[in-house]
Design a protein around this ligand. Sequence first.
Ligand code: AMP
Length: 391
Amino acid sequence: MRGFKDNFPPYSNKIEAVLEAFRKISSLYGVAFVDLPLVEEVDLFMRTSGEDSDIVGKELFSVARFSKSEEEKEKSKTWALRPEGTAGMMRAIKENNILNEKKECRFAYIGPMFRYNRPQAGRYRQFSQVGWEFIGTPGPEIEAEAIIGAYEFASFFGLNFELEINNIGSLEDRKNYRQELQNYFEKQGIEISSDPIKMVDKRDKFEDNFPQIKINLEDKKNFSRLREILEKNKIPYKHNKFLVRGLDYYNSTVFELKQNGKETQGALIAGGRYDGLMQQIGGPATFAFGWAAGVERIANATQIEKKHQVVALVPLDAPDYAFLVAAKLRKKGINVKIFWGKILKKILEQADKQNIEEILICGLEEQKDNIFILKNLKNRTQKRVELWNLG
Ligand code: AMP
């Protein structure tokens, strides 16, 4: 199936490493995990990302109840597979009245997203994102904390990347910018095919006189404080004045972490402030800042993978004894894979292919003495281990 991937080891071991690092960084920053539906009302995405954003206008997968009746099918077509996690998170926070009890919260999510885009390198129709949403707190300090977390998370994978930041001001600032862009595009004879700001998001070359967004005083102040914090914490960044993000819900600070040399593929991590989103879905005005990282994009770029250290247990003619030995070892936290074959030579070959270094042999002969033989394939050593030694 084009655009859908089947992930097996060793690639899936890289995915595991990404998820493990994300869980680790999330606990280090006091971020709690939530688990949300993969399906939401289409309307939620219309209201938040915007009808003319690519992910809604072109890439949404709708979900219909399977029915022979066309009428039934049509009626149920109000759901979509989620293309991103933020809108669903805000819907869930609102519906579950999470902010009634807490004034601020930090949530993380892991899960598949779906976008019907043209499959190409680093772009899939089903991919996974991990993300953070910091809800209820204004100001550049929390933004810096979330960005530093994203930076540390990406640093874990030994990649060459760059952090780009910008501030896209208030709704009013963007309204003015939109008009300025429209005038500019018209003057240049460039066809205005969608929201002019989204056209900026898709553009990668900017003429010297290309309009830059002018932002209000408060956002200017916040932006310089954000830069100051990043500098004090030795987080290198670039101010990209044309970084606008393609979704309607962003305001003020936006950022992207891009892998150097892979500009065409898009960012590894992207995010920003979205204070207006909760109101867009009918809730109270709520401060919010968050980011999402593409799990496959990081996995594709890194050499780091989760190592599964396991010993091979070879029962030969004593299967019942093997269960006993394996249980004792597993209780000690040792990962054990029992090879149920009968021919030792073949088992050793298989274990070697799977990079297993330690082989435990426990046939009837060993059972008599309550021992097993520990063979190390790498050092080519062999020793007897008494079972009582395992406790
Ligand atoms: P976005 O929600 O578009 O801001 O994307 C957030 C992150 O998700 C990006 O930085 C990518 O790493 C990842 N991503 C977005 N679209 C895709 C896709 N089609 N395939 C794989 N990863 C994606």
